[in-house]
Design a protein around this ligand. Sequence first.
Ligand SMILES: NC(=O)c1ccc[n+]([C@@H]2O[C@H](COP(=O)([O-])OP(=O)(O)OC[C@H]3O[C@@H](n4cnc5c(N)ncnc54)[C@H](OP(=O)(O)O)[C@@H]3O)[C@@H](O)[C@H]2O)c1
Length: 359
Amino acid sequence: MIELSILVRVALATRSPRMGSAWQSMAYHNGVRSRARAKTLARPSARKRLVMTGGTSGIGRRIVERLLIERSQWTIILLARPSLRSEELHALSDPERLTVIDADLASLRSTDRACDEVIRFLNSEAIDALALNAGVQTVSHDASSADGFERAFAVNSLAHFLIVERLKGHMRCGGRIVTTSSEVHDPDAFCLMGIGRARWQDPMVLADRIRSQEHIASIVDRGEARYCASKLLNVMHVRHLARELSTIGVIAFNPSVVPGTEIARDRNWLQQLSWRHVLPALAPILPGARSLEQSSSDLLWLLTEADVQSISGSYVDGREVQPGSKDSRDWSKIARAMEVAKSLISKRLHANQRTPAKN
Ligand SMILES: NC(=O)c1ccc[n+]([C@@H]2O[C@H](COP(=O)([O-])OP(=O)(O)OC[C@H]3O[C@@H](n4cnc5c(N)ncnc54)[C@H](OP(=O)(O)O)[C@@H]3O)[C@@H](O)[C@H]2O)c1
């Protein structure tokens, strides 16, 4: 077991060139698919509505598949980048149950426009569950978002902050918001993959593509630390929302290490091979690893069944409430993180209104 864990660490410590693929360069066509589908969705009152990000691959994709097959009363509004993956999803169900709205979470403007589409599409109906599951981990370079922010900060944290700000008023009383975080938000938590952790920095620094975790020399470790910092911001956001939204259950979910997903897409070929094809078979015996089936079941449970109201504001590992990191419970840091997110969003969206962006 120890040897295996060392093998995994060695593979992940190797640098990789950034991998590209055809779907990553597809054009952005805001709202086209959503409008086409909006006409066809029936709205019986028994219907339940899930709005979600990160549903095109990995854990989120399994949630979409299972909800469509196992829970006939649920409909899904998915915010996703145009891609072959999101196109494939249309084949999974009749169009009345799945609507895809184009959204690139690496762009605040795109995310904001997608929220406009969601609100239009809801047509005054309420959201039962909001799943903030999209995530990105860049370890090959100092990646930035369309708005110039460090990419993990922008996609994993800031875009989701904006989505909640725009959609919280459309949640059903007794509804739920579940954000996918990670154990690596906590510098002291065990992680099988040996991910390099973050040092706390002011969120203005975390937003900066160069200064974020700048003290870490290795680009791989720095990218991992930035990812960890974004996952800490997710837990902080949940703690804050639980205080603000008394009629909604808000949870930060830890799926643990779930091999077989696309989260390792920026790793080298050996790491990707191991992540996609070797580790999934070993997940049942590796400490701290979970199968895609198990983690998607846990997330589905939080989104549809669990009494999240009674544990609102919690960090939930699988199905177990855990304290989360010390920083995640530091209210002055939480307040600062929320203040920075609000200010960056308002400045950037305001600037975008004056200067039309390309996407
Ligand atoms: N797998 C693990 O071991 C693990 C462990 C702890 C936490 N997590 C978290 O679990 C969540 C799901 O991860 P996963 O492992 O299932 O990874 P994944 O297969 O890579 O899924 C990530 C999802 O996020 C979406 N996404 C990424 N960047 C986006 C952008 N700019 N705009 C819109 N959507 C974007 C992806 O869409 P595209 O198809 O367009 O790329 C995809 O649907 C993430 O939040 C991740 O941080 C995963």
